[in-house]
Write a protein that binds this ligand. Structure first.
Ligand SMILES: O=C(O)[C@H]1O[C@H](OP(=O)(O)OP(=O)(O)OC[C@H]2O[C@@H](n3ccc(=O)[nH]c3=O)[C@H](O)[C@@H]2O)[C@H](O)[C@@H](O)[C@@H]1O
Length: 343
C-alpha cells in the first residue's frame, strides 16, 4: 500500500441518491449517479480522516442521503454536472470518478446522457487530474465484458458487447471511458486506477433503483410478487457494498496502475435462487406470508452469466470480499424496512 497515511482532500463524483425521482421524473439527468456507491464512499473516507468534496448535479432532487453530513465541515458538496469542465480545485489530492447511472432501467432512460457522462464527464475529470498532477480512480463495470463467452471473467477478457442495442449506451460508454483513461495515461502520464465493479448491493440502493436485489427486497416487504425477468437461470455474483468500498480504497492507494482490476464477489448464484432466498428472509424478518415469484420477458441483451475472477485484486491489493450473501441480504432488508417505515 502506498500513500494511505495522512489526511487528504478527495474529490468524489456522483454522490447523491434520488432513485425514485430519477425513475418517476421527467428525465434522467446524465450526471445523476444513483449515489449508492458515492454516498457510502464519502462516509468511509470521512471515517478514515480525510476531507471530501462531493460533486453531483442534483437536477432531479435534493441530496437526502447526505443530510447527515450537513454540519460536517470536512465535507463540501458542489452542484455541478461533470459533462461541463470543473473549475480549478487547487486543494484536491485524489479523485474517485463514480458519476454515472448504473441501473439498466436508469441508464437506458437517457442513453445520450449516459454516453455523455461516460465520455465528456470522464474526459473532464481526467483533465482535472492532469492539470493537478493527481491520481484518479475511475469506476468501470463488469458490463464491459458484455454477455461473456469466457466464464468466470478475468481482466484479460475483451468481452462480448453489442454496440448497437439498448445497453450499448452504458456498455460502450464505460468501454470508451476506460480507453480515455488509457489514452490520458499514455499521452499525458496521468496516474490512473480502474476498478471493474461487479454487481453490488446493500443499504442506500433505493427501492426504486431497479436493480435486482433492491427490487426483490422492496417487493417482498410490500407484499408484492417478486418479478423475475427471464426464467431465473441467469446468474450473478453479488458483492456487499462494504466489500466494494474497501476494494476501491485499496486500489486507489495501491502501487498497481497497470490496468483494470475486477472488484466483485466470486460466489455465483442464479436469479431464481436469489429470489427464493429473499422470499424466505423477508418472511422470517416480517413474520408475514411468503410472497410469490412471477416470471416476465427477459430484457434485450440481458447478460446470462457473470462471475469475476478476483485473483488480481487478491494478489495486488491484498483484498477479497468478506461479507456472505445471507448476512448482506439481512442488513439490506433491515435498511429497506427502516426506509419503508419512514416513508
Ligand atoms: O448491480 C450492479 O452492480 C450492476 O447492475 C447492472 O447489471 P445487471 O447485472 O443487469 O443488473 P440487474 O438489473 O440487477 O439484473 C440482474 C439480473 O436480474 C434480473 N432482474 C432484474 C431486476 C428485476 O426486477 N428482476 C430480475 O429478474 C435481470 O434480468 C438480470 O438477469 C449494471 O448494468 C451494472 O453496471 C452494474 O454493475
Amino acid at each position: 500500500m502506498n500513500g494511505t497515511h495522512g489526511s487528504k482532500t478527495i474529490l468524489v463524483t456522483g454522490v447523491s441518491k434520488e432513485f425514485d425521482t430519477v425513475i418517476n421524473g421527467p428525465s434522467l439527468t446524465s450526471n445523476q449517479c444513483a449515489g449508492f456507491l458515492g454516498s457510502n464512499l464519502v462516509d468511509f473516507l470521512l471515517e478514515k480522516g480525510h476531507r471530501v468534496i462531493g460533486v453531483d448535479s442534483f437536477e432531479t432532487g435534493s441530496p437526502s442521503n447526505l443530510r447527515h453530513l450537513d454540519n460536517d465541515t470536512r465535507f463540501t458538496l458542489i452542484n455541478h454536472n461533470i459533462q461541463s469542465p470543473l473549475k480549478e480545485l487547487r486543494e484536491i489530492d485524489q479523485i474517485y470518478n463514480l458519476a454515472c447511472p448504473a441501473s439498466p432501467i436508469q441508464y437506458q432512460k437517457n442513453p445520450l446522457g449516459t454516453l455523455k457522462t461516460c465520455f465528456l464527464g470522464t474526459e473532464n475529470i481526467l483533465e482535472l487530474a492532469k492539470r493537478r498532477g493527481i491520481r484518479i480512480l475511475h469506476t468501470s463495470t463488469s458490463e464491459v465484458y458484455g454477455d461473456p463467452q469466457v466464464h468466470p471473467q478475468p481482466e484479460t477478457y475483451w468481452g462480448n458487447v453489442n454496440p448497437f442495442g439498448p445497453r450499448s449506451c452504458y456498455d460502450e460508454g464505460k468501454r470508451v471511458a476506460e480507453a480515455l483513461c488509457y489514452a490520458y495515461r499514455e499521452q499525458f502520464g496521468v496516474d490512473i486506477r480502474i476498478a471493474r465493479i461487479f454487481n453490488t448491493y446493500g443499504p442506500r440502493m433505493g427501492a426504486g433503483d431497479g436493480r435486482v436485489v433492491s427490487s426483490f427486497i422492496a417487493s417482498a416487504i410490500a407484499d408484492r410478487d417478486i418479478r423475475v425477468t427471464g426464467d431465473g437461470s441467469a446468474t450473478r455474483s453479488f458483492q456487499f457494498i462494504s466489500d466494494c468500498i474497501e476494494g476501491l480504497y485499496r486500489l486507489m492507494n495501491s502501487v498497481y496502475g497497470d490496468g483494470p482490476v475486477n472488484i466483485g464477489n466470486d460466489a455465483e448464484i442464479t436469479i431464481q435462487r436469489l429470489a427464493e432466498k429473499i422470499v424466505e428472509l423477508v418472511a422470517k424478518v416480517t413474520g408475514k406470508e411468503k410472497v410469490s415469484i412471477t416470471y416476465h420477458p427477459r430484457p434485450v441483451d440481458d447478460t446470462q452469466v457473470r462471475r469475476p475472477q478476483i485473483a488480481l485484486a487478491m494478489a495486488r491489493l491484498g483484498w477479497a470480499p468478506v461479507v456472505q450473501l445471507e448476512y448482506g441480504l439481512q442488513k439490506t432488508i433491515e435498511w429497506h424496512m427502516h426506509e419503508a417505515c419512514l416513508s
